[in-house]
Design a protein around this ligand. Sequence first.
Ligand code: ADP
Length: 627
Amino acid sequence: MTTTAPKETLGFQSEVNQLLDLVINSLYSNREIFLRELISNASDAIEKLRFSALSDEALYEGDAAAGIEVDFDREARTVTLRDTGIGMTREDVIAQLGTIAKSGTKEFFGGLSGDARQDSQLIGQFGVGFYAAFIVADNVTVLSRRAGSAPDTGVRWESDGRGEFTVEACLRSRRGTEVILHLKEDAQEFADAYRLRALVKKYSDHIAVPIAMPAIAPPRDGEETPPARETVNSATALWVRSKQDIPDADYQSFYKHIAHDFEDPMTWVHTKSEGKLEYTTLFFIPARAPFDLFDREAQRGIKLYVQRVFIMDDAEQLLPRYLRFVRGVVDTRDLPLNVSRELLQRNKAIDTIRGASVKKILGLIETLAEGDDYAKFWQPFGRVLKEGIIEDAGNRERVAKLLRFASTQTDQAEPTTALEAYVARMKEGQKAIYFLTAETHATAKSSPHLEVFRARGIEVLLLCEPVDEWVVQQLTEFDGKPLRSVMQGKLELPGDEEPATPAAEVEDSALIAKLKQALEGKVSAVRPSTRLTDSPACLVGDDYDMSVNLQRILRAAGQEVPPARRILEVNERHPLLIRLATEEGEQRFADLAQMLFEQAVLVEGGRLDDPAAFVRRLNTFLTDVVA
Ligand code: ADP
């Protein structure tokens, strides 16, 4: 005998304890999903073995047959699952069934509300996997042996799900894993042939390996004894079947299996291509954002198969990052079975499949956009789709059509305006698509930069998400119309007359000249504004300056951004400016000029360099007023 480690008692990682608490408390009304989760794991383990055996046939130990068995014992109140998969070593068991290794786990638990109903929705997104066993069991035993290892390398894991588990060595003649659930008293309904079968049919029919259960059929004519077991699922990969033969319910349960989601998907697209390349794709858009959607490094949800053999999860070459919310399967004949991640990176077939897949998915989203419920898609995924403008130059125009923004047309914060709709509403002679970027919709909506646009009925898109700054840098035009910030450069609005003298040659009024002097070093220029109708002043940038909003975002992200000096535009018809023009007190003029500048900083959501000085100046004036 090899030296066998003694029985050890170990504690769960704290996140596992949290997950177990949640699973037990939040999923009670959804208890039956435990079986789907465990069958899913068993089928994954079988797929992993099939893949590893491609390069090492010995792993089959002379028996390549693949299958899952579901048994039960009513008296003992147990349900048992057995698989012929890859199995686990002692180290695997400790790591896989004692910790959660997913990225974003800490953030996920930090974000829970404590409300069982709300959290049970979230937990569905997170995926409970193996731990679902504890919804119905008060004690779980796992017996496993890694394929290709000696029988005495078997391992036995056991836990009541309350903080600790034990591991010890055991003999296992068969490779693979056996999970024994000791059902809670109120869960004994699951130790029942009909109930279990119904659950297998309902949730796991599409699983590509046979799931066998004790036979319940009476012996057929001519047979002495009934077969001990029979296969209860259809056991063919769902995507191989032809579309017409697949009811929605099957797509939905397949989605839940691959996405580890509890909810039905929003929509899906299933395509077979039989041209030069032969491949099948099945893509789903979830109904909600996965919990780690904004983690750009998070696992991607596409599984790659070669001729039905599972090759890998998270094959990042299959879809660009901005479609990382899509879940699904790609199966092709045109890759070698031993394809590696490295090989995928420069593979022509993969490039073609990827290109076609992106087009399929964009087509699916276009269909959603034509319907009435596009907000259901846009709300969770719009922010990510916008990254497509930056990431996917080849499909930029198509992605651009799918974008939605808030706009002065509705003045609502909900982004419902499409660029095409904007263009259709453009005023005669309007040359550009105007937008304004700001930190919040409230700041954007009341920006003085919009005044002339409102006065002339010209629509402005209000962009309030950080990613928008990058979107407008890449998307410089749409439908032949340039995108222009209302906060930058000189405006050329429809109906404006060409100035007789070029702006540079117009002499400054005395007021402008005095303001320039007073604000020397604070602004790069002072000029009369064509943007303002109600406000006294605003700040603008030059055409190619970085917007203040972007500067703010970059600073918040810890980057150094040199402060850019901006142009102060003033409304010479405003009473404050008229008053200023006649101000004779030098200090008073300087203070008023300074405040004019400071309020322009404040209205665009900026920060003052010296707020205390601003308040002091303001109070001096207020004291005058109330005196
Ligand atoms: P997930 O399946 O989402 O990774 P689980 O909690 O369900 O999370 O399982 C954790 C890990 O335990 C799996 O990734 C796998 O490595 C291992 N595992 C679970 N069930 C089995 C099984 N039947 N055979 C082999 N390994 C398994």
